[in-house]
Design a protein around this ligand. Structure first.
Ligand code: ATP
Length: 444
């Protein structure tokens, strides 16, 4: 068997064809850098989010959740440094008016859009936050920003959480939500968008303990991606050099994934010191120190942050799963090797034919499986074609009802990756699928 490389064009096309992701406002010609998640895309995204949430909160007794609002007091962004520092250097082509990030373009070269030489303006700093107003009139209304990261909602609630839930340092606060950045970008699908979702966790530790926890989270987050089913060889660390470090950071690693366009950041793990809490203490005038129960020591905690992109994770999961597999002379199947924990559909139930009562039995089996799994019932067309359709949306298991089912109450269980089939009694089907999910190992 052979397979060919995944390209962004192939992913975009599959995502549209099979109901994963659509261009935003497509009927109006589309809105650049904004995307909508269709019936299968929303399931995939929710499954990744749920997996992250479970890994971070349920499996860590010292991490609690939060869901802060997108709009916050504008002082939050002054304190965090975003009003002053959250900028990209931009240049415009004087000829065709195209806009580029100065750090992503060769300023000596010709404009990549119109080919004119010496046409770039001097770089200008451009703030990435979207600004708007609360209140009926723009003038005099309060300026608010669409949050460019979820982290500040966590810092702003640090005191609330410490005072009202029984957390003790070291502990974390986790949050998933939308963030907005006025990015200059027009390609690479959902990799970099103006509206996206982040999954962030701030871990508060005693000053001096941050290096130990930084190592812990670095390892933990890499293991998480392997548990999510991502191939090891597609993941790597990238350590930030001193000149790459953000103004607040003591140390930072990215976890990178080999996307179709090359190695790119997926998640940042940052040692943020006490920068954020100190600044919020200063700007709000509220005491944000923590008192150690035992020693009565008072201090501002240090923070280790794990900051992952949810929508970017969707792209990673799709790119990692995609395969065009040649399985015979001139026969190629497109298959998404999703880990069962993220697959939008876990089990498809297919009657071999519609007649002779097989469709009714299949529907009954599907209704029973629904209690435990995301199912899909498909009765139309040749069975081979129906299998391929499920392969293409990454359904790990198909259950087929045939004439033998009527005799002995068994069904065929077909595996997506190996295409192998086994006979299983209906009575043990739920348990068997559960076991298969637990022991899943990708083939192909
Ligand atoms: P970059 O340097 O690529 O702009 P960043 O280093 O500013 O990214 P962070 O602020 O550390 O990114 O954000 C954490 C994570 O949020 C990133 O690793 C990425 O997965 C995700 N993310 C950030 N910006 C975007 C965006 N515009 N679109 C989609 N995901 C994003």
């Amino acid at each position: 068997m052979t397979s060919s490389e995944v390209t962004m064009e192939k992913l975009v096309s599959l995502c549209k064809r099979r109901s994963f992701i659509f261009q935003s406002s497509e009927i109006y010609g589309g809105l650049a850098s904004a995307w909508d998640y269709g019936p299968l895309g929303v399931e995939l995204k929710n499954n990744i989010k749920d997996f992250w949430w479970r890994e971070m909160t349920q499996l860590h007794e010292n991490i609690v959740g939060l869901d802060a609002s997108i709009l916050m007091h504008s002082k939050v962004w002054e304190a965090s440094g975003h009003v002053e520092n959250f900028t990209d250097p931009l240049v415009d082509c004087k000829q065709c008016k195209s806009r580029f990030r100065a750090d992503q373009i060769d300023l000596e070269a010709a404009c990549p859009v119109c080919g004119t030489r010496d046409s770039f303006t001097e770089p200008r700093q451009f703030n990435l936050m979207f600004k708007t107003h609360i209140g009926p009139v723009e003038e005099g209304g309060d300026v608010v920003y669409l949050r460019p990261e979820t982290a500040q909602g966590i810092f702003a609630n640090f005191k609330n959480v410490v005072q009202t839930s029984r957390v003790k340092i070291p502990f974390g606060i986790a949050q998933v939500g939308k963030a907005f950045r006025n990015e200059i970008t027009t390609k690479n699908f959902i990799f970099r968008t103006v509206e996206f979702e982040q999954m962030e966790m701030q871990f508060f530790v005693k000053p001096g303990d941050e290096d130990e926890w930084f190592d812990y989270w670095k390892k933990n987050r890499m293991t998480y991606y392997e548990k999510l089913g991502i191939r090891k060889e597609k993941l790597r660390f990238h350590r930030h050099e001193d000149d790459e470090l953000a103004h607040y950071a003591k140390d930072a690693f990215d976890i990178e994934f080999e996307f179709p366009m090359g190695w790119q950041e997926l998640e940042g793990i940052h040692s943020r010191t006490d920068f954020d809490l100190s600044r919020h203490q200063e700007f709000s005038g509220k005491d944000l120190t923590y008192i150690d129960d035992q020693t009565r020591e008072r201090f501002i905690p240090y923070v280790v942050e794990t900051s992952a992109g949810l929508t970017r994770s969707v792209l990673m999961v799709l790119a990692d799963a995609y395969e065009e597999e040649t399985i015979g002379e001139g026969d190629v199947r497109t298959v998404l090797h999703f880990h069962p924990v993220v697959a939008p559909v876990t089990v498809a139930v297919l009657p071999l034919v519609k007649k002779d009562g097989l469709a009714e039995i299949a529907k009954e089996v599907e209704l029973a499986l629904r209690q435990d799994f995301a199912t899909y019932y498909d009765k139309g067309g040749a069975i081979g074609r129906r299998y391929r359709r499920q392969d293409e949306i990454g359904t790990p298991y198909c259950v087929t009802i045939d004439y033998d089912t009527k005799e002995d109450k068994t069904v065929t269980l077909r595996f997506r990756d190996s295409m192998e089939q086994v006979r299983v009694p209906i009575a043990g089907l739920t348990e068997r699928i559960r076991q298969e999910m637990k022991n899943y190992k990708r083939i192909g």
